[in-house]
Design a protein around this ligand. Structure first.
Ligand code: SF4
Ligand code: SF4
Length: 432
């Protein structure tokens, strides 16, 4: 069986941009939810003095991850914050003192078995850095037997090169992170899947992995969405993750390559997840396309100013890539753990304005492009009829909102969006 997918212009304008460090922002705003699962409760109050790496949010909920301060300074406000999902969580505002005093509790964790490793990963606050923001200590601790760690280094979305920079700037961190995960979780092997448009990363990681027979680097074709979990597992291992299943049901854990590198750094230093590399790119409204290491909670405006963004002309701002990214509503919103890019594009004009959708011409392009060969026109019809049975039969829940269908539709229909509405309808009906 051949999966669908589409060819995209890679636009990896920043692939040769060595990552630099953003000057310390005057303040950060750190939301208490940057992950799938329950939001954290603030552990600090207004006027408290905090240090770098200090835990400032946590919860007893199973599906969650603690949150740490990325700066030293003073808590100036704790308020409600509406996330892109529409849900509300608390947000902690910290005025930086410029000293970046390290929290005295920071030390590399003591590890002697799987339990201590999983506990350490939880304390690190690591959540998926590829965009999914799944708490890593839960992903790394499934009930199922795991025989393969699959490292997602595809970075298939156009523009984004933050994972690539991690791979070429510090490939040894990637390999060390992998070796630790394999050791503590007793996983026999690892496959690192990289798209063929990253030959330098393939070469470096192959070289670094050479002494370790349990790690293999696999070159994958450049077909979007190569980095989608189910697609990656199928292309790397030939295993099918069925509807309703998790990768662990097929004996696989998938982890983003930057997350694996973070594991290495954390085990050595004990410094939790307080910063990350992001790509800043777009069209000509960005004067300095770059990769920068940014403290978590940095306002987007600080990043855009650093990248010499022409804010008068920039209208479309995105967290993440052009296919699956999320609109930035307010330039004062913060960079969070799952953000791998900020993209800016100029205002619509007659030339690049979105054309109006027209009736479906039943060309089948969306079905061919869909990685799982879902049938969007039938899904749209079933959704219009509110036909729950038909939507389940059409496996709408497999839709991962990759956008391939919308991208190829000659009628410019909002195909992926309709599928998301249909999925939400199915979820709400199944809850009743
Ligand atoms: S958005 Fe959904 S239906 Fe469209 S191509 Fe992706 S998985 Fe298929
Ligand atoms: S690509 Fe667009 S026009 Fe073609 S079948 Fe799909 S929805 Fe209809």
């Amino acid at each position: 069986m051949k999966l669908g997918g589409i060819k995209l212009h890679h636009c990896k304008n920043t692939e040769d941009s060595q990552s630099t460090v953003l000057p310390l922002p005057a303040k950060v705003r750190i939301p208490m939810s940057m992950h799938i699962g329950a939001p954290c409760k603030p552990l600090v109050k207004k006027s408290d003095i905090v240090t770098v790496g200090q835990k400032i949010g946590d919860t007893d909920a199973f599906m969650s991850a603690p949150i740490h301060s990325s700066v030293s300074g003073k808590v100036t406000n704790i308020s409600d914050y509406r996330m892109s999902s529409g849900n509300i969580c608390k947000i902690i505002e910290i005025e930086t003192d410029g000293k970046q005093t390290i929290c005295p509790d920071i030390q590399s964790p003591d590890l002697n078995n799987k339990e201590s490793f999983i506990k350490a990963i939880r304390e690190s606050g690591l959540t998926g850095m590829g965009g999914a923001s799944f708490p890593a200590h839960i992903k790394l601790n499934p009930k199922q037997n795991i025989d393969t760690l699959c490292i997602n280094a595809a970075e298939c979305e156009p523009y984004i090169t933050s994972d690539y920079r991690q791979m070429v700037e510090a490939p040894e961190e990637v390999i060390d992170g992998i070796l630790n995960i394999l050791k503590f979780l007793s996983i026999p092997k690892c496959i690192i899947g990289i798209e063929s448009n990253k030959p330098k990363a393939i070469e470096l990681l192959t070289q670094k992995a050479e002494p370790y027979s349990q790690i293999k680097v696999l070159t994958l074709p450049c077909t979007y969405p190569q980095g989608a979990e189910k697609v990656l597992i199928y292309n790397a291992l030939g295993r099918i993750v069925m509807e309703g299943q998790l990768p662990a049901d097929q004996g696989v854990i998938v982890m983003n390559v930057s997350s694996a590198a973070f594991v290495s750094r954390y085990l050595k230093t004990g410094m939790p997840m307080i910063s990350r590399i992001i790509t800043v790119d777009g069209d000509d409204v960005i004067g300095k396309k770059c990769n920068i290491t940014v403290p978590i909670g940095t306002p987007v405006i600080d990043v855009l100013n650093f990248a010499e963004c022409d804010l008068d002309r920039a209208e479309r701002l995105l967290y993440g890539g052009p296919m699956m990214g999320v609109s930035i509503r307010d330039v004062n919103d913060p960079v969070i753990k799952s953000n791998n890019a900020i993209l800016a594009f100029k205002k619509f004009n007659k030339k690049n304005a979105s054309p109006k959708p027209t009736a479906c011409i039943h060309c089948g392009s969306c079905i061919k492009a869909c990685p799982f060969h879902l049938i969007p026109p039938d899904i749209a019809h079933a959704y219009k009829q509110k036909d729950l049975q038909a939507l389940n039969d059409l496996k709408v829940n497999l839709c991962m909102n990759c956008g391939c269908c919308t991208y190829v539709c000659p009628a410019k229909r909002p195909v992926a969006e309709t599928n998301q509405f249909a999925k939400a309808f199915v979820t709400s009906m199944n809850k009743k």
